[in-house]
Design a protein around this ligand. Structure first.
Ligand code: ZN
Length: 201
């Protein structure tokens, strides 16, 4: 795993994969949670480009049970997506219950947006119906997950080749041979491991 100075791993190349990668050290007994608080979640969705900075700034002022609930549901969505990715990676069937749960989150997310007139090349753009709804980070993540599942070639979604790293990423390299979440971290470590002479005995 290669964690940036902001505390998150951005090697996923897609916000939904970056969300999955917010649980660090997955293969170990005690994975490291980087979405500890609702504020962490706000920071994540803002840095991932899923929520506009002014909205994120307003959401960061919120607190209470709805915020904790949103954090828990976003972590739940993250784990459902992780299960889907793991099934694909292991060439096992995806559990219908995972897809149903993800689908329900996506439906609610779509229902929380509306169209407003746009000034760019398009007639309209999406905005949140309630700009102060504490659930916005969850909805933003759900829409990113939908994009990953329906618009990204699953053959390009890979798991890091290091045995002790469960980071997922989209392989956008020319030859489609990317093996590691980061060359600096896992790539170098694995190369050194392979170079090391095997102990006999
Ligand atoms: Zn890795």
């Amino acid at each position: 795993m290669s964690v940036d100075a902001d505390g998150f791993d951005w090697s996923g190349g897609h916000p939904a994969l970056d969300l999955v990668n917010t649980l660090d050290e997955r293969p170990f007994d005690q994975p490291i949670e980087t979405l500890v608080s609702y504020r962490d979640l706000i920071r994540f969705v803002e840095l991932a480009g899923l929520v506009e900075p002014p909205t994120a700034a307003e959401l960061a002022k919120l607190s209470g049970p709805k915020c904790s609930n949103t954090l828990a549901r976003t972590r739940g969505l993250r784990e459902q997506l992780h299960d889907v990715l793991l099934a694909m990676h292991s060439k096992c069937p995806v559990r219908p219950s995972d897809l149903e749960a993800i689908s329900a989150a996506i439906q609610v997310a779509h229902a929380s947006r509306k169209l407003v007139a746009a000034t760019s090349q398009y007639v309209a753009s999406h905005t949140w119906s309630d700009l102060l709804a504490p659930e916005i980070p969850l909805h933003a993540c759900a829409i990113a997950v939908e994009n990953l599942l329906v618009a990204i070639d699953h053959m390009k979604v890979r798991k890091c080749g290091a045995s002790d790293c469960d980071v997922y990423f989209v392989d956008t390299s020319k030859g489609q041979h990317r093996q590691w979440c980061s060359m600096k971290g896992c790539g170098n470590r694995e190369k050194q491991r392979r170079r090391r002479p095997q102990t006999v005995g």
